[in-house]
Design a protein around this ligand. Structure first.
Ligand SMILES: [Zn+2]
Length: 114
């Protein structure tokens, strides 16, 4: 159900963009997903298709998802590192354990092609 509410907020944004720019049809939407976010692109697509089935402007858009690596910042050496998953417990550079996740949007609309 997580993806359902995410898709709803994506649609809110898209509807606003469509209205503001008087867009007649959206062909493609490019998303960026944080690699540590628990988001299934397939589920987003499923809900998107379901929620836009009566919306001529949005219903035929292709959804493209790009994974974005999450980052941590080390409190000791101040180095920012890309990470693959949440199981990182120390800084890759100095092995310090004083690390913090840099919070980022779970999913972001990068661009819309019309
Ligand atoms: Zn470090």
């Amino acid at each position: 159900m997580h993806e359902y509410s995410i898709t709803c907020s994506i649609l809110d944004i898209l509807n606003k963009v469509v209205k503001e720019n008087k867009i007649k049809k959206i062909k493609k939407i490019n998303f960026e997903i944080s690699s540590i976010a628990h988001i299934e692109p397939d589920s987003i697509e499923f809900y998107y298709n379901f929620l836009t089935k009566d919306n001529n402007i949005l219903k035929s858009a292709k959804l493209k998802f790009k994974k974005k690596k999450a980052q941590i910042k080390c409190g000791d050496c101040k180095e920012i590192s890309n990470i693959e998953n949440l199981f990182v417990t120390e800084c890759p550079k100095c092995s310090g354990r004083n690390i913090k996740f840099i919070s980022d949007d779970e999913i972001k609309i990068i661009s819309v092609e019309t």
